[in-house]
Design a protein around this ligand. Structure first.
Ligand SMILES: Cc1ncc(COP(=O)(O)O)c(C=O)c1O
Length: 456
């Protein structure tokens, strides 16, 4: 029986602002506006408390990849809750769901032997930091401490994750960040590189890694971390030259390569992992979100043979872990989720069918007067809103044009996220061609409404 009482919108909004602090939110501002209350979901749609049906172009928060209302996932959770709702993996104990899921995950990622489970993507990235430092201690190179990340990258909201992330405003608000983390520029061609070709720009931005290593001292650098495609930073798709060059530089200096697969992992690019899409071989891969399609929280770090053989050697105890590392219910739901992805060939579908169809349809939005660039790959899309199409001049950020567009979207039956003035989509993998048509038609309409509201 549901534990949630029936209330109307006003009642929920009032209680929400009274008692509930939201993530990444200006609390006062939200209390003034009131939250949108979402009460149920099915397939690719969510419904608000007033009964409005909205096509979810963001798969929740880049996670509900198999869509809402999958009974298989609910059944897996229920059965596991009845059989073994919880047990830890700390003191020489383990349980079948964690063991079997780690086996299945390593089967999906050749070259990866082991998985360290966490409760979220942020915890996975904190684990990455701890593992990198431990790895170099065990390799008798404890001075290799520095982890190089990127500006405008996102790696979570714990102290470690937020320090790895490259959001200046976040670091400023924190006041201090985890030491031995430094940031280089991102491979954002449309925003920062239009004076040279994308290929040249990709190489130039990759070369910043080499410059940083030389500046810091090659014997002090431990690792490089990046999202294969930056998600929260605005769907930044690197030029084709970028990742192969990064791989080359990591190999040349013998530093660890980490691809943060929290968004890219489990199919969004049309391959199981972003690293696979770009043909690179990371040493560690943090994962979360799509591992359970967001139905229950789970994260982890996939550990390559190269790192695991060091951690598994004469290493002594690794002083790290979480109460919910390898939670049995989350692991069971993850396995049911992987089964759906495999049986329904949802990843192949993105590579061969709905991915290309979505990209073809999205590309049409380029003709809208408000749109400077449309870019996409697999089931990722980004639409850059500009004041002047020819010169790519942006709006004054104070105008909040992206937020205006996001509001029009919600009121007109689709979810798109705004990152500044870049509109983002990352829909569930189960979208049909007709739903892709619906998404793009509504997006066009909302661009029209935004244009009218910006002018007006
Ligand atoms: C690439 C990436 N890494 C890490 C995280 C953090 O994951 P979580 O919110 O589960 O802690 C996110 C979340 O959006 C992400 O996009």
């Amino acid at each position: 029986m549901s534990q949630v009482p029936q209330r109307n919108r006003a009642e929920w909004q009032q209680l929400d602002s009274q008692h509930h602090l939201h993530p990444f939110t200006d609390f006062k501002d939200l209390a003034k506006k009131g939250s949108r209350i979402i009460t149920r979901a099915e397939g690719a749609y969510i419904w608000d408390v007033d009964g409005n049906k909205i096509l979810d172009g963001m798969a929740g928060l880049w996670c509900v990849n198999v869509g809402y209302g999958r009974k298989e996932l609910a059944d897996a959770a229920y059965q596991q809750l009845m059989e073994l709702p919880y047990y830890n993996n700390f003191f020489q104990t383990s349980h079948p769901p964690a063991i079997e899921l780690s086996r299945q995950l390593t089967e999906l990622a050749p070259g990866f032997d082991q998985v360290f489970f966490t409760g979220s993507g942020s915890e996975a990235n904190d684990t990455v930091i701890r593992m990198i430092w431990r790895y170099w201690q065990l390799k008798d190179q404890p001075n290799r401490r520095v982890i190089i990340s990127r500006k405008n990258g996102y790696h979570g909201s714990t102290l470690g994750g937020a320090s790895l992330g490259g959001f200046e405003a976040v670091h400023k608000q924190m006041g201090a960040t985890v030491p031995d983390i430094t940031h280089i520029n991102q491979p954002y061609w449309y925003g920062e590189g239009q004076d040279i070709s994308p290929e040249e720009f990709g190489l130039a931005r990759a070369n910043e890694l080499r410059e940083a290593i030389e500046r810091i001292g090659p014997d002090k650098v431990a690792a490089f971390i990046g999202e294969p495609i930056q998600g929260a930073g605005g769907v930044i798709i690197p030029p084709s030259t970028y990742w192969p060059e990064i791989q080359k530089i990591c190999d040349e200096y013998g530093i660890l390569l980490v691809t943060d697969e929290v968004i890219c992992g489990f199919g969004r690019t049309g391959k199981w992992f972003g690293a696979e899409y770009y043909g690179i071989k990371p040493d560690l891969m943090p994962v979360a979100k799509g591992i359970t399609s967001g139905y229950v929280p789970l994260g982890g770090v996939m550990v390559s043979h190269k790192v695991s053989e060091v951690l598994m050697g004469e290493a002594g105890e690794f002083y790290h872990g979480f109460t919910y590392s390898g939670h049995p219910v989350a692991c069971s739901v993850a396995m049911a989720n992987l089964k759906i992805l495999k049986e329904e060939k949802l990843v192949e579908r993105i590579a061969e069918d709905v991915g290309p169809y979505l990209q073809q349809k999205l590309a049409g939005l380029k003709d809208h007067p408000l749109v400077g660039e449309v870019r996409g790959l697999g089931f990722f899309g980004a639409i850059e809103l500009v004041k002047d199409k020819a010169s790519h001049t942006r709006f004054d950020s104070a105008q909040g044009v992206g937020t205006q567009c996001r509001d029009h979207c919600f009121s007109n039956g689709i979810v798109m996220r705004a990152v500044g003035d870049t509109m983002i989509i990352a829909p569930p993998f189960i979208l049909t061609h007709a739903q892709i048509d619906e998404l793009v038609e509504k997006a066009w309409k909302c661009l029209d409404l935004t244009q009218a509201s910006v002018k007006g």
